[in-house]
Write a protein that binds this ligand. Structure first.
Ligand code: ADP
Length: 165
């Protein structure tokens, strides 16, 4: 037990978002049907090499969700996710599951987070079929080779990728 109150109607969707894809956006949109507010928490991990800087990743998420109002918040976090959750008062972690290959790693993370904080639940949303093949790494790769990614990312992300390559 912890002595703080974590709200089960506040969810956090953590990730690298390097960059945000339509797969991520689909998870957030569907999570909003279950929770009153979703915070997209962009990971600040100096050890992980990313194409977009932390500021760029945060800005792209913010711009992509600009029409969603107060229901979608965008924050950055560093260190333990459970510490960020405790600070923000959110009691639910959202993760997306694309294929069974995601499961082992995701289950391990969920169990570890449970071990670190009993009051936090992880909820998995299964990806929509049309987005199940999309990953940030594939989007980066296809964009770098000049492939069409217009259906895979928001217009602001597409523009940002065009400027990178
Ligand atoms: P991480 O480095 O934490 O895996 P990502 O930005 O790659 O960060 O992914 C964040 C979350 O989004 C993960 O739960 C991942 O499974 C989910 N996700 C990624 N791509 C998709 C997709 N196409 N459909 C649904 N969920 C996705």
């Amino acid at each position: 037990m912890t002595d703080i109150m974590l709200s089960k109607s506040l969810a956090v969707f953590p990730g690298s978002f390097d960059p945000l894809t339509r797969g991520h956006m689909d998870i957030v949109t569907r999570a909003l049907g279950l929770f009153s507010q979703v915070t997209v928490a962009v990971l600040d991990n100096p050890d992980k090499k990313t194409l977009f800087t932390l500021d760029e990743r945060v800005e792209l998420v913010r711009d992509s969700f600009k029409d969603f109002g107060e229901s979608v918040r965008v924050e950055r976090f560093r260190g333990l996710l459970v510490d960020f959750m405790k600070k923000s008062g959110a009691g639910v972690i959202i993760r997306g599951l694309r294929a069974i290959t995601d499961y082992d790693y995701e289950a391990q993370m969920a169990l570890m987070n449970k071990h670190l904080c009993q009051d936090i639940e992880t909820v998995f949303l299964v990806t929509s079929e049309e987005y199940s093949y999309i990953s940030s790494s594939l989007v980066r790769q296809v964009a770098s080779l000049g492939g069409d990614i217009s259906n895979l990312v928001s217009p602001v992300v597409m523009e940002a990728l065009r400027n990178k390559f």
